[in-house]
Design a protein around this ligand. Structure first.
Ligand code: PLP
Length: 422
C-alpha cells in the first residue's frame, strides 16, 4: 500500500526517481506520496461506508502536520483532529473548514479555547472536570455554545508500546468511564457547552481489533445509560489508533476494524467520527538519507548516515524498526550482509537498525527508511544543532518542496548573548 517502488534499477516515489529529488533538496529529506495518502484515505473511508456506517474522518494531524499533507487529505473530504493552537492554525491555513475541526488533548489553555471558539470549530473533546469548567466559562463569556464530547477512559489495555497506550486507568487521558454519568450531568448543567457526544481513543499502533471491540462495546453501553438519563448523545468519536505494518506486524485490515465498529456501535444511530493519523500518513512517507561513511570494523559493518535521531526519533523513543532499503536496486544475486545503520549524533540511541540485511554499501549511497510519514518530521528537533530537513510532496511525475531545509542561521537567529556578555 505504498507507491515507493523500484523501477529501472532505482527507487521511485510514484513517477519520480528519489535520486532526482535528493539532487535538488540534498539529504536527509522526507518524501511523501500524495497517491499513497489518497489510497489510504479512500480505503479507510470506503471500508466504513461499506459497513453501512455514517462516518466522518478527522485526520489526526499530529502524525504529520505539513500543510500540504493536510490539504491533500482535506481535498478528499477529511476534517482535522487538532491538539494545540498551532495545529488549529495549520488546519485552517491548509483549508480545513472550521466546522470539520475537533480539538483534542489533555491540556488546552484558555487562550487556545478562545481561538478555537472564535474560529468556530465543530467540537471540543474534553478530558477532565477542570477543563469542562474552564471551557464552559470561556465559551459562555464569548456568548457561544460549543458542542462537546467527553473523552472516557474505558480501562482497556491496547497491547501496544507503553508510551503510546492511552486507554488504561493509569494513563493520563480522559475521564474514568465509571464516573461518566456524574460528569455528563455536570456538563449538562453548565452554560456554554452542549454535551452531545462521547469520545474514546485507547492508543496508537494497535495490531489487534479486540481492544477496539472491548472499548467500543463499553462506549455503546454508556450511550444507552446516558440517553436513559436524558442526554441527547448524537455523535461518537472513536479516535484513531489503527496500526500499520512496519515490517513484521500484522495489523487487521481496515474492513475488520469497520466490522467491529458496526457490530459494537452501529445500532445506536449516532454520527461517527474517526481520528486516524498513522494509518493515513505512515506508509505515505519515507526518509531518504545518504551514507556518509561505510565503516567495516572487525566484527560489524556500520553505515553512518546523514539522518539522525533528531530527524526520526521513533527508533530511539519507541524501539521502532523502520525497514531500510538502498535506493539503488540490488541485482538479483547480490550478497547481503548485516549492517548497523546509525546516525552521527553522539548517543548510542542514535541507531536506526541493527543487523539490517543490505548489500555492500559505499559512501554517498542513498538509503530509504520506509513508513516514516507519521510521527517522523513532526517529532524532529534540532538536537546537535542539526537543522530541520526538507519535506517533499510527490504527485505522479511532479514534486514540490513543501518545507525548505532549515538554515542554521534560522534557529541561531532566535538566540542572543545576555546583555552583560557584550
Ligand atoms: C494520537 C491521537 C490520534 C491518532 O492516533 P493514530 O495512532 O496516529 O491513529 C487520534 N486521536 C487522539 C485523541 C490522539 O491523541
Amino acid at each position: 500500500m505504498s507507491m515507493f517502488e523500484y523501477r529501472n534499477g532505482e527507487m521511485y516515489a510514484e513517477d519520480v526517481p528519489l535520486s532526482r529529488i535528493a539532487e535538488v533538496t540534498g539529504t536527509p529529506v522526507y518524501v511523501y506520496s500524495a497517491g499513497t495518502l489518497t489510497e489510504a484515505y479512500t480505503r479507510f473511508a470506503s471500508a466504513l461506508a461499506e459497513a453501512g456506517l455514517n462516518a466522518r474522518v478527522c485526520y489526526a494531524m499530529k502524525a504529520n502536520s505539513n500543510i500540504a499533507v493536510i490539504r491533500t487529505l482535506a481535498d478528499l473530504g477529511a476534517g482535522a483532529d487538532v491538539v494545540s493552537g498551532g495545529e488549529l492554525d495549520r488546519a485552517l491555513i491548509a483549508g480545513v473548514r472550521a466546522e470539520d475541526i475537533v480539538f483534542s488533548g489533555v491540556g488546552k489553555t484558555p487562550g487556545e479555547m478562545q481561538r478555537a471558539i472564535t474560529a468556530g470549530i465543530g467540537q471540543f473533546n474534553v478530558e477532565s472536570v477542570p477543563e469542562l469548567e474552564l471551557l464552559s466559562h470561556v465559551s459562555a463569556s464569548a456568548g457561544a455554545t460549543v458542542d462537546i464530547a467527553i473523552r472516557v477512559n474505558p480501562n482497556v489495555d491496547a497491547n501496544t508500546h507503553h508510551k503510546i497506550s492511552t486507554g488504561r486507568q493509569e494513563d493520563k487521558f480522559g475521564i474514568d468511564i465509571a464516573r461518566a454519568q456524574e460528569i455528563y450531568a455536570l456538563a449538562a448543567s453548565l452554560p456554554g457547552i452542549a454535551p452531545i457526544a462521547v469520545a474514546v481513543h485507547i492508543g496508537s499502533q494497535l495490531t489487534d481489533v479486540s481492544p477496539f471491540r472491548a472499548a467500543f462495546a463499553r462506549v455503546a453501553e454508556l450511550v444507552g445509560e446516558l440517553r436513559a438519563a436524558g442526554h441527547d448523545i448524537r455523535k461518537l468519536d472513536l479516535g484513531g489508533g489503527l496500526g500499520i505494518d512496519y515490517g513484521g506486524q500484522t495489523p487487521p485490515p481496515v474492513e475488520d476494524y469497520a466490522a467491529v465498529v458496526a457490530e459494537t456501535v452501529g445500532h445506536l444511530g449516532c454520527e461517527l467520527m474517526f481520528e486516524p493519523g498513522r494509518y493515513l500518513a505512515g506508509p505515505a512517507g519515507i526518509l531518504v538519507t545518504q551514507v556518509i561513511y561505510a565503516k567495516e570494523a572487525e566484527a560489524r559493518r556500520f553505515a553512518i548516515v546523514d539522518a539522525a535521531m533528531n530527524d526520526l526519533i521513533r527508533p530511539a523513543l519507541y524501539d521502532a524498526v523502520h525497514r531500510i532499503e538502498p535506493a539503488r536496486e540490488p541485482a538479483p544475486e547480490t550478497a547481503l550482509h548485516p549492517w548497523d545503520v546509525v546516525g552521527p549524533v553522539c548517543e548510542t540511541g542514535d541507531t536506526f537498525a541493527k543487523g539490517c540485511e543490505l548489500p555492500a554499501l559505499s559512501d554517498g549511497e542513498l538509503l530509504v527508511m520506509r513508513d516514516a510519514g507519521a510521527y517522523g518530521a513532526v517529532m524532529s528537533s534540532v538536537y546537535n544543532s542539526r537543522p530541520l530537513v526538507a519535506e517533499v510532496l510527490v504527485r505522479g511525475d511532479a514534486f514540490a518542496i513543501v518545507r525548505e531545509r532549515q538554515e542554521p542561521a534560522t534557529f541561531l537567529g532566535y538566540e542572543s548573548l545576555a546583555d552583560w556578555q557584550d
